[in-house]
Every structure is written in C-alpha cells, then in structure tokens.
Design a protein around this ligand. Structure first.
Ligand SMILES: [Fe+2]
Length: 596
C-alpha cells in the first residue's frame, strides 16, 4: 500500500511517501524551487517522492492532505461573528479594523470555502502538475487536521510504543496547541488551545518587533536571548499568561490575523507575514527596531524576556501534560518544538526523561504526518517503522556529480574513502572551511552532516571567518557542534542524545576552550549527537578529525549562503565557487579553492 502525504498552499510546502508502512522519502519544495519556505504546490517534491518509491501517481492508494478546512468551522464562524459585533459596537481594541484582512464573517466564510475548494481541487492540481489524466488518479483523499498531522508525524515514527504528545506552533486549522497520549497505532487528543491564543504568534510578533520580519526568523530571537537581562519579563508575562487550560494572550497587544492567519502567499509561493503586534506593544516597549539597524540592549532584553516567558508556558504545558499522562516519554512536533533551548531544559524542569522530536518539526513535517495518520490512525495499520535518521531527500550518483563538476569547469580529484576523510580532516584541522555534500539530503531545517559546511570548533576566530567568507549571518547567532554520540557526556552537561540538533545543553567548563567557536555566550551548544549507525561516513570524518586534534567534534552549519540548503550538486558547486570556501568534498571528489 502506497500513501502520499502533501502539505500544499501553506508554509514549507512538502511531500512524503510511505510504502507498506516504511518511510521512503520526504522533502521540502524550497529545496527544488529555491524559494525559502515556499508555500505553493509541492509538485517537484511529489515527483521526487514518486521516483524514490519507484511508482507513478496512478499507483498511489491514498493521499493525505495536511489540512482540514471543515475542522472547527463553527468556531471560526462564531469568532468572526463576534468580531463583527465588536466592531459594530465601536470597540477599537487591538487594531480591530484591519483593512482587507479583517473582512468579517462573510469574508471568512468565503475564504474558508475557497480554501475547501482549493483542497478539493488538489486532484486537478496533481493531474496538471504531473501531467497525468485526472481520471487515472484513483487514490482516496484524506484531509487530516493540522495538529493531528503534527502529532502523527512525530509519534508514529518514534521509537516509543506509548508517549505523551505535544504539538505547539503558530496556528493551523484554528488551533495553536494540541496535546494527547499515543499508544500503538492510535493517539487520543486530550485538549487543545484555539485561535487567537498561540505561543507561536507571541514569539513571531516579538521577532518582528525586534526587527526580524521574515517567516522562520524566530530562531534569531532564541540566539539573541542570552545577551539580554531580566528587564521585561513582567511585561511579557502580561502578553502571554499561563492559565488553567494552557495559556492565554492579552489580545490588546496583537493584531487580528484574519482568515489567512497572518500569512500571505504570493503567486510564486513566497510567504509574507502580516505585522502581528499592535500599537499597544509599541506603547509598552517603545518603537520597534528597524531591520538592519543596530541591536540595542532593549532588543536583547526583549529577546531574553520572550524566551524566558515562552519557557515558563512550555514547562507549564508539559507539567500539566505529565499530570494527565504520567509517562517518562514525550513526543513533540510543531514549529515551537524547534525551540532547542527550551527542549534542552525540559529534563530538569519536567518529569519527562526521554524525548523524540520530529526533525521536520515545523510545517514541512505535515506532509509526513498526513501520510502516517492516514496509514495508522485512519486505516488501522500497525507501526513497523522507526525514523533512525533524517536522510530522506534526494541523492545523486557519482557520475552525475562528476558531470556537474566538469560542466562547472572545476578542477577536482577522486579519492577513496580513507584518503578522502584523511585529507578533509587535515584541512579542517588547519583551519580550512569545507563544503561537505554526501548521500541523501536531510529532511527538516537542520543540516546534519550530508549538506553541511564544516570547520574547526576550537579556533577562536572561526565564527567570524565563516560569517565574513560565507554565511553573513547576524553576529550573535551561534554555530552548532556535531559530536560523536559516545563522547557527548564528556563535553556536555546532558547525555540525552540530540540526533536532530534539537537540544541545547551547557558545555562543561573544561571543554569550552576546545569548543570556543561553537560555545554560545551562555556557554551552551545546540549539538548534534552523531551515531555510527545513523551516518557512518560523517561519524568517521569526526573520528579522523579527533585523531588529529583530540577533539571529537566538528563545527557544522548548513550548506548554503542565504538560500535554502543546497540540494543538487550544481547548487553546492555554485556555492563553492561564489564564496570563499576552501574546499569542497562532494561524493568521492574533492575540489580545492586554490586550484580553482
Ligand atoms: Fe504547524
């Protein structure tokens, strides 16, 4: 039985495919069309998934779509009607008149109907995009509610038979937060938090206020937070309060987001965010920071308060969840599950002792969740697959890589595995910055050693070198360490594995100098624990580096330069050519900048 999962017309459009319960492939559309967080129709992702499974669209039995326009419809209409009544009664509130976006109950209903029609038309879109006659598509379509897809994306491929489940993000299908309990091939939803209350929305509003306006910029606030002080925590607690059923927002500080939930999708699939914060927030904190202007202590303090108050709500939710589901095992998904700083603290702040977080925790993961929910929860099949790594994307033959190098006019050498690892480790030990392109591309936002740029973690100037030569990121953003899993406890204060780079732990005092380029200002690192089973080649490269330097760690940042992570060899080669990367290891081939 073959099931295709699709996240379409929503941020991070994506596709995933499972065959007889085995996950074959999963990929984000941005990697193909090179539009960051693309929100169009994931035609290329679907084509890739079909190829990876060796099937055509006509062979697909079921298609899971990660949205359900009919979910919570009565609440959506009630909410719009309440707002119309408020406006009619003259409540200005938090920007209650919102121009085009706040088009009232009729607009909301018509938007909902348009959405429903779009989802219904996916069969037409599929037939057009893949050039297959509509009547040959015999798959049964299933609409899976947003947060159920998130929960399914994580639990059904986790190694846990039973677990507490949490999905936490901006919004999807009128809900921001959902929690429950999973057992075997089913899960039960215990409760949820509905629109307009959302931790994701507060985090995004604050991110915009601090001058980072783009979809997906929230990680910058998480990186900035340790530079701040406890100046505004009491004020941020006014915006985001813990409560008996999760949390709530003081809506005076936020603009109503309308039926598109604050996201505008342009015809090319680019996502633009509406301003989330209201004039009331400006009264509270002063003028928002203009993008690209200097970051002030106020901005750092606000980032600190946001992260701090998010963690308060996060642990409140998790402790409540544990009271309802008293298990050691926790499974999470949703954009807020990418908050690796909070994730790293949960072992000390909650009773949970084992986590499994989907590497594609954001909305790209919905395609996988829609497919898995269809297979297990809807069709009742048993679980037989555990996701052991994130390498679910495209890979390229040596012949294709060599042809790409030839076409680009790059001088290169072919090396066997041993000499390749030895040469690379030598160069990294001497301070070179190396592009590392191997095997299948990672699923999710983190480069985990197959589409990575690698460097020495213990050279004090390395962060500045990487930023000046390639990444051009904000000065305050840390780079991440990849560490041999068995050595983690020697270097970090926690030994719970972090295979998908989704936990931040303190670096032990004696180890901060050898890891100075990946040691953040608060002496933490967002580590990737690398096991030999998951990625033998990358593991052996780190081992070879350790033999030369005594450090079982590499600095690992994503292979890109202000663009989606490279997918195909041509993109890696172009990045190597236009930046000051010293070497490129692509498959068995190595190219050096001083020979090119
Ligand atoms: Fe989501």
């Amino acid at each position: 039985m073959i099931i295709l999962g699709i996240n379409a017309y929503h941020g991070d459009a994506s596709a995933a495919i499972i065959a007889d319960g085995q996950l074959i492939a999963a990929v984000e559309e941005e990697r193909f069309n090179r539009i960051k967080h693309c929100a169009g129709f994931p035609a290329e992702s679907i084509r890739y998934c079909l190829n990876a499974a060796g099937v055509d669209l006509v062979n697909i039995d079921h298609i899971g779509i990660s949205r359900d326009p009919s979910a919570h419809l009565h609440k959506k209409i009630l909410h719009a009607a309440t707002r119309i009544a408020r406006n009619a009664m003259g409540f200005a509130g938090s920007g209650a008149t919102n121009g085009k976006r706040d088009n009232g109950v009729f607009g909301m209903i018509s938007d909902r109907l348009a959405n429903a029609a779009k989802v219904r038309d996916l069969k037409d879109e599929l037939s057009r995009a893949l050039r297959v006659p509509r009547e040959t598509i015999s798959a049964t379509f299933h609409n899976i509610e947003h947060h159920k897809a998130h929960l399914a994306s994580a639990f059904f491929v986790s190694p846990f038979e039973r677990a507490a489940l949490l999905s936490l993000d901006g919004f999807g299908d009128f809900v921001s937060t959902m929690w429950g309990v999973g057992e075997g091939n089913q899960f039960e939803v215990l409760d949820e938090v509905e629109y307009p209350h959302s931790t994701g929305i507060v985090y995004t509003a604050t991110t915009q206020f601090i001058g980072f306006p783009h979809y997906g910029d929230e990680g910058k606030v998480m990186g900035l937070a340790p530079y701040g002080r406890d100046t505004y925590c009491n004020q941020v607690r006014e915006l985001l309060m813990t409560g008996s059923s999760g949390f709530e927002l003081d809506l005076e500080y936020f603009k109503p987001l309308g039926s598109n939930q604050g996201m505008q999708i342009k015809p090319d699939g680019t996502v633009e965010l509406a301003r989330h914060f209201s004039a009331r927030m400006v009264e509270l904190f002063g003028p928002p920071r203009e993008p690209h202007s200097d970051i002030t202590q106020r901005d750092m303090d606000l980032a600190y308060a946001m992260q701090h108050c998010f963690e308060e709500v996060f642990f409140h939710l998790l402790n409540d969840l544990n009271a309802q589901v008293p298990l050691d095992h926790l499974v999470m998904a949703g954009g807020c599950a990418l908050n690796s700083v909070a994730n790293g603290k949960l072992f000390d702040r909650t009773p949970f002792q084992h986590t499994w977080i989907q590497p594609a925790a954001g909305d790209e993961g919905l395609a996988l969740g829609a497919a898995l929910h269809t297979y297990h929860a809807v069709l009742g099949h048993k679980r037989e697959f555990v996701m052991k790594d994130s390498y679910l994307g495209p890979e390229f033959s040596d012949r294709r890589i060599e042809a790409s190098l030839e076409t680009a006019g790059v001088r290169y050498k072919k090396l066997d595995r041993g000499p390749l690892l030895d040469t690379l480790a030598d160069r990294i030990a001497k301070g070179d910055v190396v592009g590392w392109f191997q095997g299948r591309m990672e699923w999710g936002p983190r480069a985990l050693g197959n589409r990575s740029i690698l460097a020495h973690p213990g050279l004090p100037q390395m962060k500045d070198v990487l930023n000046a030569r390639i990444k051009r990121r904000e000065w305050f953003r840390p780079f991440a360490p990849s560490i041999l899993q068995e050595r983690q406890a020697e270097f970090f204060e926690h030994d719970h594995p972090s295979p998908f780079m989704l936990h931040v732990y303190k670096i032990k005092p004696g180890k901060r100098e050898p890891l100075c380029a990946v040691n953040h200002v608060d002496d933490t690192g967002r580590l990737q624990s690398v096991s030999h089973e998951e990625n033998p080649l990358y593991y052996e490269l780190i081992e070879t580096f350790e033999r030369k330097t005594g450090i079982p760690v590499l600095l690992n940042t994503s292979f890109n330069e202000n663009e989606p992570i490279v997918c195909a060899p041509e993109e890696a080669i172009r990045c190597f050519q236009r930046t000051k990367m010293d070497a490129l290891a692509i498959g068995p081939y190595i190219a050096l900048k001083n020979e090119n």
